[in-house]
Structures are given as structure tokens and as C-alpha cells.
Design a protein around this ligand. Sequence first.
Ligand code: SF4
Length: 304
Amino acid sequence: MDNILEIKNLSVGFNIEDNFYFALNNINLSFEKGKIHAIAGESGCGKSVLVNTILQLLPKNSIIKSGEILLNNQNLLNLKDKDIRKIRGKKIALIPQDPFMSLNPLYTIENQLLEIANDIDLIKKSLEEVKIKNIDNVLKSYPHELSGGMKQRVIIAMALISKADLILADEPTTALDVTVSNTILDLLVELKNKNKTIILITHDLSIVSNYCDTTTIMYLGDIVEKNDSNKLFKNPQHPYTKALLKALPTQKGRKLESIKGQISPITQIISGCKFHPRCNYEMEICKNQKPIFKNCVSCHLYNY
Ligand code: SF4
């Protein structure tokens, strides 16, 4: 398998009021080239910390305790600031939840795109590829003059212009309505068809099954299940994955089930399986012993 990115034994945490709390625990993940990989879970499960660790955009109170992040076999965690800056935007592109964050409100779209590549033909071709019709008008516009969907298309065009092979899409459709969201997700599939690799961070499993090749489910900084998306959706193993799927409005007439309780704050230490306070299958062992990750899942229900 040809992987563009490998994360090995990655543990990251934060100093909060003189104590240290883990936000990612011994994460191991491989991302095959030319696929869309989903990382899913509720807010607070560690998805965004993972993205910010890859891009090295963590806040000052963070500490990377262990691990490697290998981009084409180069460990990003060994790079100096000036070297990681060359990788951000050039080898790894980010599509953020709020596209406004990535666009400078003081400059026209044209000026911002010219900063990435001083080649107006390439810029226009990229805008065409993201299905922007009125290209000359969009180029003359300032970000606030564009809709959320149009801004997100411009960000995707930036990824195309930059020629980055790895694209981190962090909840890229959260701020958009359903029709525009589907268009943006279709564009991600087109990027994949150009042999780009996309890591899609989302809390919304309903978009994952149609668009993503692999799915990783995280809970409070742990990977609890990972598999090919088809297998995971047909036969979910972990009670958290099952609960997330039952909360989706997919089957006609079926009452939506919510997951009991709430995800705990990072500062709350939970012994054993971190999901046990919310799990409908909880056993005595779950309270005291953390399950190991084996055969795609981390749960005491399965034989070890
Ligand atoms: Fe539920 Fe126990 Fe499995 Fe955790 S280990 S998900 S508490 S059954």
C-alpha cells in the first residue's frame, strides 16, 4: 500500500492550570494515496487537535509527548518552523470549516491567488475546475462579497493551484446548506480522482458513507474503530460507532436515538474505557481496564 502520511504512536496533550492532560493517546494511522479518509466523532474527540498537530499549529500550552508524523517518510515533527511553513499550503493544504479564516479580507481573490502562483491561466483553470462560472467577477471580488459556498470553492481552487498532494478538510461543509455541501463534497471526490489524498474531519457520519474510502472513529483522544467505510457502515463494531449511526436520520420512520450523556471535558480523567459512562453494553471490566485496539476496534466486547 502506498501511503502519503503515516502517524505513529502520537500522543499530545495540554498543560492546563499546572496539570497535564492528554488530548491524543498513542494514535496510529496510515493514509493511502488517492483516497478520502474520514476521521469522525463528536466535538471534543480529538479530531481538530490531530489536524493541528499535523500542521503544527498547536497552541503554546500543548506538548507533543511522543510519536512521528511521516509525510512521504519525512518526519514533520523534526522540522524547524521555517521548514514546516514551506510544507503548509504547498505540500499540505487546509480547507477549514470557515473559509473566511483562510482568506485575507483586505485583498481581492485574484491578488490572493496570485500569491500562490503567479500564473493567471493556471488560476483561471483551477477556478473552472471548482465549477466557478463568473470567474472574472470572482477574481475582482473581496472575500466578504462571496457566499460561503463560493469562498469554499476558492479555497479548494487554492489547494489545486498549490499542487499539494495532501488536503486536510476540517469540517468543510458545516457552515453550508445541504445543496452547497454536496457540491463541495463532489469537488473533494474530483480532487481524489486527480490522485490527491484527502483527510476529511467531520462530526457528521451521514456524509462519510457516500464520500469516504476509510473511516476512523475517535473518542476522547483514542481511536476506537477504523475500517474501510463500507465495512464500518455495514457492520459497526464499537458501541460508540453504533450509537453514532443510530443517531443518523437514515431509516424512514425510525425514531432517532441520541447518545446518553455528553462527551467529557479533557480535564476529567476517566478510568478504563473512556466511553463506559455512556455505553449501553458496559461491563465491570470496562470501568477499570482500558481495552486494547485489535482487529479494527478497541472494546472489551470482542475477544482478545
Ligand atoms: Fe462499552 Fe466496555 Fe466496549 Fe467501552 S469497552 S465500549 S464500555 S463495552
